[in-house]
Design a protein around this ligand. Structure first.
Ligand code: 13P
Length: 255
C-alpha cells in the first residue's frame, strides 16, 4: 500500500445546483462538520456561486473550485470563463472533462487536454475526469478507454505540473444513477489510471498521484470504496449537497 504517499482529497461537485444564498447556508452548515479533517476538502461550485462560497469558506479548511475553465486567455468565447477570472476570485481547484461536459457540451479529449494545460499553467489544481460508458464497458474497452483518456488529458503536462493533477475515475454508468461501481471495480478503474500515468511518467511518479473515484459515492458506501489501494479520495455529486452525508465521506477519508 502506497496510500501514504499521496494526499486524500474529497471534492464535492455541485453541478448545476444551489444559488448564491443557498451556497452560503450550505457551507456554513458544513464548516463545523468537516473541521479538523485529515484530508483535503474541496467544493466545486457553479461560477456564480464562487464569491459566496469563498466568503463562506474563509478561515475554514474548505477549498473552493470551479466546474470548468476555458483554454484561451480571453476573447470571443461567449459563455466561457478564463483562468484569470477564476484566479482573481481566489479559486484553487478546477474540474476538467467531466462526463456531463463531454456528453452534453461537446468536450473532447483534445479540449480536455487544452483546458488541463490552461489550468495547470495558471497554477490551479486540476481534477481531470475520465471514465467509460456502459456500452464501452460491455464491449470490453474499459482499460483501453481509461488509459487513452488519461494519456491525452496529460499530454504536454510536465512532471512538475503533475503534482497539481488529480484524476477522477468516474464510470459514466455510475454517475447520478445510484448504481455504484463495486469496491473492486473502482479500484480496478483507478488502477488503470495509475498504469497510464506510470507509462507516461514512470511507476514511482504514478504512486504519488491522487486518484479519486466518483459515481454515486455516498455516506453508506464510502468506507469500502476509500479502503481500496488505488482509491485516494472521491468526487461527490449528489451527496455533496447534503452537509451531513458529505461530512461522513470526509471523515471516512480522514482515517
Ligand atoms: P453522483 O455522486 O451524483 O453520482 O455524481 C458523481 C459525479 O459526477 C461527480 O463529479
Amino acid at each position: 500500500m502506497n496510500k501514504a504517499k499521496r494526499p486524500a482529497v474529497i471534492a464535492g461537485n455541485w453541478k448545476m445546483n444551489m444559488t448564491p444564498s443557498q451556497t452560503t447556508a450550505l457551507i456554513n452548515e458544513m464548516k463545523p462538520l468537516v473541521a479538523g479533517a485529515d484530508c483535503e476538502v474541496v467544493l466545486c461550485v457553479p461560477y456564480v456561486d464562487i464569491p459566496a462560497a469563498i466568503e463562506a469558506a474563509k478561515g475554514s479548511n474548505i477549498k473552493i473550485g470551479a466546474e470548468n475553465i476555458h483554454y484561451k486567455a480571453s476573447g470571443a468565447y461567449t459563455g466561457e470563463i478564463s483562468a484569470d477570472m477564476l484566479k482573481e476570485l481566489g479559486v484553487e481547484y478546477v474540474i476538467i472533462g467531466h462526463s456531463e461536459r463531454r456528453q452534453y457540451f461537446g468536450e473532447t479529449d483534445q479540449t480536455v487536454n487544452l483546458r488541463s494545460l490552461a489550468a495547470l499553467n495558471a497554477g490551479f489544481k486540476a481534477i481531470i475526469c475520465v471514465g467509460e460508458t456502459l456500452e464501452q464497458r460491455e464491449l470490453g474497452y474499459t482499460e483501453a478507454l481509461i488509459k487513452y483518456q488519461t494519456k491525452i488529458a496529460l499530454t504536454n503536462v510536465t512532471e512538475e505540473q503533475l503534482k497539481n493533477v488529480i484524476i477522477a475515475y468516474e464510470p459514466v454508468w455510475a454517475i447520478g444513477t445510484g448504481v455504484t461501481a463495486s469496491d473492486d471495480q473502482a479500484d480496478e478503474g483507478n488502477g488503470f489510471v495509475r498504469k497510464a500515468i506510470a507509462e507516461m511518467f514512470g511507476a514511482d511518479v504514478a504512486e504519488t498521484v491522487t486518484i479519486q473515484y466518483g459515481g454515486s459515492m455516498n455516506a453508506k458506501n464510502c468506507e469500502g470504496l476509500l479502503s481500496k489501494e488505488h482509491v485516494d479520495g472521491g468526487l461527490i455529486g449528489g451527496a455533496s449537497l447534503k452537509a451531513e452525508d458529505f461530512s461522513v465521506i470526509v471523515k471516512a477519508a480522514s482515517k
